[in-house]
Design a protein around this ligand. Structure first.
Ligand SMILES: Cc1ncc(COP(=O)(O)O)c(C=O)c1O
Length: 426
């Protein structure tokens, strides 16, 4: 008799009777705030909601300055620009990340240098950073992928030794803490995304955080057509660290401002975030303890220095040998049928990524032949990233971690069911 849901059996989770939690989360508070913005007629341009959100996000991340902008891609690009990274510079980043981490580096005419990740965390491997450093290296972008933490002690030590900037890509890490310091506050600039799938969302959006007045002024201007920053957070502007011209503009840029509607949603979302994170963390930790008792699946390592975890999409590693050679795609399909939610792979490694193809844009990126060769992603060798993507990665939307403890038992039971009945689909 067929047991697995993919073979017509009864799924472990009955999503009709008991659906997964919804994402995004909103309520009367968001409705009220959106209507308030609508009726105010102040829909954009350094409005009260934007200013309030910046203040709240700076407080939340324990930094002096937070500046919001259109998305978590632009945050990375503006971070690089504010730090003066550009032509001739190399920036080291993990080979396993979303394409924006690399694409923004070539958008400022610098060279992305991709290095491999640690097998147990899927985050940048400090040993590989050391090997990749050259006299041209200007910055490192660690990515806290799927809510794991890059080893920030090691990254900061290397950066200090070689005098490099650090931009933390925190698109998956809103509210995480490393040794008591909030993700994004450890490097020179922290970059956050508020795209729909993220811990905190306004559909789209992003923030940059920093403790440096000089950097904050540049970031603020870069998202606002280069205008000199306004507002009391920049204290006495005449004595600001920025190199202002007399006419008020001090840096070339365009309009990368968010709207008051987005800021209104973000203010309410930020109020909900600590409790949501706490719920995800309790469930994520519990589910990982259950995974430890199932052959063939390995939890992502959580570092003891993570004083707040901020689990994002729930990720774990698959070992096909224990599943009698079952290809990972079939495992994901079988698990998906049991729990009624998409079960995905990791991002594609950037040396073979369908959305990171700089050579499709010669008019923009072919600065010269040498640069053209340098930005060829296929020249990077990333065996661990490729193994994770092809053979090991299993990722499920973070909304499953917003369910109950019983839901975590069901996910574990579903994995065990596939393990016990693997002969049905081999
Ligand atoms: C690691 C990482 N960095 C940057 C981004 C870009 O963020 P956005 O989609 O807001 O541009 C994403 C988006 O998925 C991401 O996952």
């Amino acid at each position: 008799m067929t047991k697995l849901a993919i073979k017509g059996g009864v799924p472990i989770k009955n999503t009709k009777e008991s659906p997964w939690p919804v994402w995004p989360v909103w309520g009367k508070e968001e409705e009220k705030s959106l209507i308030e913005v609508l009726n105010s007629g102040v829909w954009s341009y350094n409005g009260p909601k934007e200013r309030e959100f910046n203040k709240l996000f700076a407080e939340f991340t324990g930094t002096k300055y937070a500046i919001c902008t259109v998305n978590g891609t632009v945050t990375l690009q503006l971070a690089l620009e504010a730090l003066g990274v550009g032509i001739g510079d190399e920036v080291i980043l993990p080979g396993l990340t979303w394409q924006a981490t690399a694409a923004t580096i070539i958008d400022v005419n610098a060279t992305p240098v991709m290095v491999d990740v640690c097998e147990d965390t899927w985050c940048i491997d400090p040993k590989e950073i050391e090997k990749a450093i050259t006299p041209r290296t200007k910055a490192i972008i660690p990515v806290h992928l799927y809510g794991a933490f890059a080893d920030m002690d090691a990254v900061m030590e290397i950066a200090k030794k070689h005098n490099l900037y650090v931009i933390e890509d925190c698109a998956h890490k809103h509210g995480g803490e490393w040794n008591g310091n909030k993700a994004g506050s450890i490097g020179d600039i922290g970059s956050f995304s508020y795209q729909l799938s993220k811990h905190l969302t306004a559909g789209e959006g992003g923030s940059m955080i920093t403790n440096s007045l000089e950097i904050a002024e540049k970031l603020d201007a870069l998202r606002n057509c280069g205008r000199r920053p306004e507002g009391e957070e920049y204290h006495d502007l005449d004595k600001g660290a920025g190199d202002y011209g007399d006419d008020g503009n001090f840096i070339q840029s365009g309009n990368l401002r968010i709207t008051e509607f987005q800021a209104a949603i973000l203010i309410e979302g930020l109020k909900r975030l600590p409790a949501q994170n706490a719920n995800r963390d309790v469930n994520g930790d519990y589910l990982n303890t259950l995974l430890n008792n199932i052959p063939g699946v390995i939890p992502i390592k959580r570092d003891a220095r993570e004083t707040k975890k901020a689990y994002f999409n729930f990720a774990f590693r698959y070992n096909k040998v224990d599943f009698k050679g079952l290809p990972i795609e079939k495992f994901r399909e079988a698990l998906e049928a049991e729990i009624g939610i998409v079960v995905d792979s990791s991002y594609e490694p950037l040396n073979n990524c369908s959305l990171y193809v700089p050579h499709t844009k010669p008019a923009r990126h072919k600065l010269n032949d040498a640069y053209w060769a340098e930005i060829d992603p296929t020249r990077f060798v990333l065996p661990i990233s490729n193994k994770i993507f092809k053979d090991e990665s299993v990722c499920i939307h973070h909304k499953v971690l917003m369910g109950t403890k019983a839901d975590m038992d069901l996910i574990a039971a579903a994995i065990k069911k596939v393990y016990d009945n693997v002969d049905e689909i081999k």
